[in-house]
Design a protein around this ligand. Structure first.
Ligand code: MIG
Length: 669
């Protein structure tokens, strides 16, 4: 059941798609506490959700802030990342099980047992928001109910489930060709190569540098002939350049966010000084979204939207102030305090709260200050693109994922988890984040495999791949200046890497079916163990294993130099210790704790009793995958079973046709 409580007059977010009649209150379960809401947690209550955040699957014991942040250091002490996902669930057994969704575009703060271990408290930055309280018979049921409220999750084209290779630093067409060669010559499957900002002319959106990419359309075609798509980045800021027709048109039409005085707001990002389109206005979304057409016309079928928190390196005004303040030090005898002041001055430039409070949007004819709706910005940039794709490529799927997001954006695209680091702890964080983002509807998601910042190591690249083969978005991406980490760069592990990537492709009939099932039924592709084993107290504590679809459990190794790990089985399952799709050990394991060997070239996979997993022969790209000849992996201790497999062309949007489903039957071995 969903109850809605309205406070004040909220700025519309367009997140909710199913109207719910407001209740008068009082709000059950929660207590008003000054400017916030309070809930007393029992010691065994578990809190799930909040989407893309830090720390564990169970959110207890820390505080979190929903305010989309461009922060490339995802360490435990942080409180915000790129997403603002205001949905959480308290799981305390039958009478104490509920979900909360705060429908609001500005800042929301959560204290989940941080100030006091037993107290959950959250505050909303202003008294204008809708609060939804969701109850249900089980955690998965109430999560599904929430998802019905906010609408069906985005489904990408099937090729987007293939491997993508990316790096900030591929500078020209030759670099891109070299990557493709590296993959193909080493017989590593690949479906996409990503273009980062270097393909643009002076980092201006919707331009292509003609020296470095003389014929983008020809390159797209050349790659596609090898089963590989090219996926360019689009940044939020529009380069301030009177000679650029897109920039000019936006100015002439008054499509940019404005300062107090009505003049266009300027912030500096990669293109230097830039304007920020007011994506909250439908006509601006339409205009911006239609700019993607130049790239679509060149044969591009997918995009990633970056810097849309929006990230702002500095505003010219603040930079001038800082330079003045620094100038005032000149000629003075400086002391330690000056040093700290100086440090703070330059540190205060990027993503400054005062800057976010210095520009305006227009929502339904009213001026709204940016910080009040900050979390809707990236969401509406992605929506702009998706709405335009519906017009420009009707009936066709386009790959689209974003860095910043807010619930609502899950209908228009996926997300990647931003600038992680090549640290083992970030592989663990990747696992922790998956169920949270899935609960918020972002089914198509994944982290930069191998790690974005810092230098990866061959073993981390491989272990991370061994988890990445299960994430819907499977993309290796790295920051400029870091060690090369394309999968062909690690000769000592090349065979293992090839086997793992091929395993992903072999598993695609299952992974794709489970993804589509989750999208069409408002379910979750990845789930914490306790979602399916609610009566098992141990399952509630498992933070390093996930259920994947209806029949699998994954338990990646995330510790350097480990040659195995403990795994908890809530019931007896079949274990597969896979070196490849063809080479594996298998055995039935009883419920309980097990220490299982798992060498660097192996991955552990568990099939739940009564389940079947269709497996194809590996292929070099998704287009070549043969789903006509399948091997059925199974764990059928109690007799035959069937599996509903989803197959379609992977390109068009007629997801709901019943003929896409095939029923596979299997007998016990
Ligand atoms: O300020 O485009 O998260 O994936 O490689 C950094 C360069 C801007 C941040 C993205 C990252 C991308 C990078 N971008």
């Amino acid at each position: 059941m969903i109850q809605r409580f309205c406070f004040g007059k909220m700025v519309p977010t367009d997140t909710v798609v199913q109207p719910v009649t407001p209740s008068d209150g009082p709000v059950p379960l929660l207590t008003r506490d000054g400017d916030g809401w309070l809930y007393h947690m029992a010691p065994t209550d578990v809190v799930y959700g909040l989407g893309e955040t830090l720390r564990g699957i169970n959110k207890r014991g820390w505080h979190y802030t929903s305010f989309c942040a461009d922060d490339p250091t995802h360490t435990e002490g942080k409180v915000s990342l790129y997403g603002a996902h205001n949905f959480f669930v308290v799981d305390g057994g039958p009478d104490r099980r509920f979900g909360v969704f705060v429908d609001f575009g500005g800042q929301v703060d959560y204290d989940i047992g941080y100030t006091r271990t037993d107290t959950l408290r959250f505050t909303v930055a202003e008294p204008n928001y809708d609060l939804y309280l969701i109850t249900g018979d089980s955690v998965p049921a109430l999560c599904a109910e929430f998802r019905r409220l906010v609408g069906r999750s985005y489904i990408p084209p099937r090729w987007a489930f293939g491997l993508g290779q990316s790096r900030w630093g591929y500078k020209n067409a030759e670099d891109i060709r070299a990557v493709v060669r590296g993959y193909r010559e080493n017989h590593l499957p690949l479906d996409a190569v990503y273009l980062d900002i270097d393909y643009m002319q002076d980092y201006a959106d919707f331009t292509v540098n003609p020296e470095r990419f003389p014929d983008l359309a020809a390159l797209a075609q050349e790659l596609k002939a090898q089963g590989i798509r090219m996926v360019p980045i689009i940044d939020a800021g529009i380069k301030k350049d009177p000679d650029n027709p897109v920039c000019r048109e936006g100015l002439e039409k008054g499509y940019y966010c404005t300062k107090e005085d009505g003049s266009p707001f300027v912030g500096a990002v990669w293109p230097g000084e830039a304007y920020f389109a007011d994506f909250l206005r439908p006509e601006v979304r339409r205009w911006f979204g239609h700019q993607y057409k130049v790239l679509l016309d060149a044969g591009v079928e997918g995009f990633w939207n970056d810097m849309n928190e929006p990230a702002i390196f500095y505003t010219p005004e603040r930079l001038a102030q800082v330079i003045d303040a620094v100038g005032a030090f000149r000629g003075r005898k400086l002391d330690l305090e000056d040093y700290f002041t100086f440090n703070n001055l330059s540190g205060s430039l990027p993503n400054n709260m005062q800057d976010y409070a210095s520009f305006y949007h227009e929502v339904e004819g009213e001026k709204v200050r940016h910080d009040r709706i900050h979390n809707l910005y990236g969401y509406n940039m992605t929506r702009a693109a998706a709405e335009a794709f519906d017009e420009l490529r009707p009936g066709q799927r386009t790959l689209l994922f974003s860095r910043a997001s807010c619930i609502g954006a899950h209908r228009y695209g996926g997300i990647w988890l931003g600038d992680n680091n090549a640290w083992w702890s970030q592989l663990q964080l990747n696992l922790h984040q998956m169920p949270g983002v899935q609960m918020s509807g972002f089914l198509f998601s994944g982290a930069d495999l191998g790690g974005f910042g810092s230098d990866t190591t061959p073993d981390l690249a491989l272990r991370w791949l061994e988890f990445g083969i299960f994430t819907p978005l499977m993309r290796n991406h790295a920051a400029a200046g870091t060690r090369d980490q394309e999968y062909y760069r690690f000769p000592e592990h090349l065979d293992a890497i090839r086997n793992m990537i091929r395993l992903r492709y072999a598993l695609l009939p299952y992974l794709y079916s489970e993804f589509v099932k989750a999208a069409l039924s408002d379910g979750m592709y990845f789930r914490p163990l306790a979602f399916d084993y609610p009566d098992d107290p141990m399952a509630r504590e498992v933070e390093d294993q996930l259920l994947l679809g209806e029949g699998l459990m994954v338990a990646p190794v995330t510790v350097q130099n480990a040659t195995g790990r403990y795994v908890y089985l809530p019931e007896g399952m079949k274990m597969l210790r896979l070196r490849s799709a063809e080479d594996y050990d298998e055995c039935m394991l009883p419920a309980g704790h097990h220490y299982l060997a798992c060498g660097l070239n192996e991955v552990l996979l568990f099939i739940r009793p009564g389940h079947i997993v269709p497996v194809a022969a590996p292929a070099d790209c998704t287009d070549q995958l043969d789903t006509g000849h399948l091997t059925l992996w199974r764990c059928l201790p109690d007799g035959p079973a069937s599996y509903r497999m989803y197959t379609d062309d992977g390109l068009t949007t007629d997801y709901d046709k019943p003929e896409h489903w095939r029923l596979l039957q299997a007998d016990p071995e």
